[in-house]
Design a binder for this molecule. Structure first.
Ligand SMILES: *Cc1c(COP(=O)(O)O)cnc(C)c1O
Length: 402
């Protein structure tokens, strides 16, 4: 392999994000291929026994097994780390593999976690079910209220865990305040940045310690593969995460890494355009539905905070229709262009009813408590022309009498 400038941090860290997203991490074989190669191999061969011994002893840098290192996966890790402004990154098999590893690698029985109550269903399941099963105490709070974080801290609090914006309530967390509070108390912040990606928000710039991703969403951006990533300091990634990852194996496939590398080339473009489209669609919907939850609109209670910590508000927003689940389902069924789908971050516009899909598993009480009401719908606004999307929503709303 040839070390290109893409692998030289001294150079790449000075590039702007759009350049990093295309060239960061690129590593070329002796063939000098233009785009990144896919190394579909589980293992590696060595010239002699001493070489492999030196690699296992960590005296020599090199590949030993694809659960631990793979050239395609390493290109992706380097690119994400650059975009995030992180010292290091490790790719994961999915977003949930990333969240699980980011929490379990650093927690032990007797520790306490404070988490945002408004969260993706599986993230909330980790907090409510998985961690307590291993003797880790958890408190779920109203994360948009700064004072709730301080109130929830106990002597054994080790981690703050949250999304901003949260899926699907679109609640924001004040990154500056919450990460600052955590730092001052020796608490590690784990931020699930799936809704924003580094193209729109970089939590490490606000003092976060760990950023964990579902790369399935905006990073892939075309709904093709599951992937995840964890970014943080070299020390955290190597000393805390790696012993966990090495031995439990939530490793990303080289093929999926290659798809996400390709997705990242257009991340900046897509994130900007989809944010613009989501704003246009949001403005239309604001006059037509009972309530809209879009941080990019002045009607959102945390609009000013959104503008201060995000470059743009991303492709996703939620809204609430009168008439509960029945109306919400009727509206989905009346769509002609926008697909009924619970995925997000895709270049296609997709809409889902969280209470009966992504948040079905947390149960009605938790849903009610986090504000996922029966009339709520969540839309991912894609790259189609927003006029076509607005026309589709208009005809669907009219058809169901909304
Ligand atoms: C989708 C999602 C996840 C889970 O990611 P997968 O790649 O589906 O495992 C975690 N957090 C948030 C906020 C998500 O939207």
């Amino acid at each position: 392999m040839k070390r290109t400038t893409g692998q030289n941090r001294a150079i790449t860290s000075k590039w702007k994000p759009a350049t990093q997203a295309i060239r960061g991490g690129t590593w070329r074989s002796e063939h000098g291929e233009t785009s990144e190669a896919i190394f579909m191999t589980s293992g590696y061969c060595y010239d002699d026994a001493q070489t492999v011994a030196a690699r296992f002893a960590e005296e020599e840098v090199g590949m030993t097994y694809s659960r631990l290192q793979n050239p395609t996966v390493q290109m992706l890790e380097e690119r994400i780390a650059l975009l995030e402004g992180a010292e290091a990154c490790r790719a994961q098999a999915s977003g949930m593999a990333a969240m699980t590893a980011a929490l379990l690698c650093q927690l032990k029985a007797g520790d306490h976690v404070v988490a945002a109550k408004a969260a993706f269903g599986s993230c909330r399941w980790l907090v409510d079910n998985l961690l307590p099963k291993f003797g880790i105490e958890t408190t779920a709070i109203e994360a948009a209220k700064n004072e709730e974080w301080e109130k929830a801290i106990r002597p054994n609090t080790r981690v703050f865990f949250f999304e901003t914006p949260a899926n699907p309530t679109m609640d924001l967390v004040d990154l500056n305040y919450v990460c600052g509070l955590a730092r001052s108390r020796g608490i590690v912040t784990v931020v699930d940045n799936a809704f924003a990606t580094p193209a729109l928000q970089r939590p490490l710039d606000f003092g976060a310690d760990i950023v964990a991703y579902s790369a399935t969403k905006l990073m892939d951006g075309q709904g093709r593969v599951l992937a995840g990533a964890i970014c943080g300091s070299e020390e955290f990634i190597e000393k805390t995460l790696m012993p966990f990852q090495r031995n439990t194996g939530p490793t990303l496939s080289p093929f999926n890494a290659w798809v996400v590398l390709k997705g990242l080339e257009t991340l900046d473009l897509r994130a900007r355009r989809q944010s613009e489209n989501a704003l246009a669609v949001g403005k239309f919907m604001e006059g037509r539905v009972a309530k809209i939850l879009h941080p990019g609109l002045p009607s959102h209670p945390q609009h000013n905070l959104a503008m201060s910590q995000m470059k743009a508000c991303g492709p996703i927003f939620s809204f609430i229709v009168d008439g509960g689940r029945e109306s919400a389902h009727a509206l989905l069924n009346a769509l002609e262009l926008i697909d009924i789908s619970n995925n997000i971050g895709d270049s296609r516009s997709l809409m889902t009813h969280p209470a009966s899909t992504t948040h079905h598993g947390v149960g009605p009480e938790v849903r009610e408590d986090m504000g996922v009401v029966e009339g709520m719908l969540r839309i991912n606004v894609g790259l189609e022309d927003p006029d076509d999307l607005i026309a589709d929503l208009d005809q669907a709303l009219t058809k169901v009498g909304l």
